[in-house]
Design a binder for this molecule. Sequence first.
Ligand code: ATP
Ligand code: MG
Length: 366
Amino acid sequence: MIPQGIPDMIPPGSTIGMLGGGQLGRMSALAAARLGYKTHVFTPEPHGPCAQACAAETVADWDDEEALAAFADSVDVITLEFENVPAPALELLSALKPTRPGSRVLAITQDRVAEKSFANQLGIGTAPWRLADDAAGIADAVRALGPSIAKTRRFGYDGKGQAVIADPDRADTAFAAIGHAPAIVEGRVDFTHEISVVLARGLDGQIAAYPAVENHHTGGILSSTIAPARVPAPVAAEADRIARRLADALDYVGVLGVELFVTRDGAVLMNEMAPRPHNSGHWTIDACPVSQFEQQVRAICGLPLGPTERFADAEMENLIGDQVDRWPTLIADPGARLHLYGKLETRPGRKMGHVTRLLARSGQQV
Ligand code: ATP
Ligand code: MG
């Protein structure tokens, strides 16, 4: 059964170690199970979305070295669905088992300054930005950049840890709003579209990329994705080129999400990278023969990557907070593919599930 000529392959029947216990891990575990792999999740929070779909669960803190070592011992390869795994935990794990993506990638993607510097060094444009360690730094940056967004360098997600600021005299308020944390200040990009590219890169450097998709946010949280993005072909091609360039330069292994802005004059700028399957790639479960989650399994296990062709266009809508209460209507809708994450508690702003609608290439629902 084991194909010849695939060095370092981790075959079906092996156990994948998953760091982080949320819905991305859950959907990865489901894809892993389909290919005959088991998943063991390491998470500080018990009985989450991922654990419900896993063969084994370790509930421990990221600084519990004994638990980390026992976890590594029980798995064949390690990946993650949570990009803020602390560096010491990753270093401990990667010394014991192949960890993909690894600590160099995480060091870059965990810090908005390192991430934007990395892109800029490759000649990839971003919003103009400045480092700011205090309110005075934020004020200086806003004077230089005009209307801006102050963001914590680390630990931001779903628009958390961000403050919009146009007036340098409001720097104290902005600095307080982001918890007095070290910051990056970004000039506000006047974009026509927010798009993203999700790709997988294998151990051999081969890349499989899905088409650029279009993302819409409400209150800083992704609300919907339209696949493919309604942008001119050269814009989509440029987004694809940027995402591949980043993945190659990181010597990336696994699934990478790259968020981008399309400016009014058609330039494509990187916003940020996610070193894991991405919310804007959920449509691939229903519209593509091989989903982003299966690509993640294939990439980290050294299997050949799958095709990224789609058999339909798609629209994905996140079910956030009590929007999940619509599930009885959605499940009865023959055109809706419903995905629920099994979260035990509904909270405002929490991603509870998503629904995908397939559209024929003509735009008609199929
Ligand atoms: P997520 O976890 O949803 O990806 P995040 O908290 O990591 O988000 P960003 O992606 O940096 O944060 O920002 C969230 C949203 O805020 C962006 O998708 C975009 O709509 C808006 N935004 C962020 N930075 C800028 C910018 N420099 N100019 C204009 N809009 C921006
Ligand atoms: Mg983002």
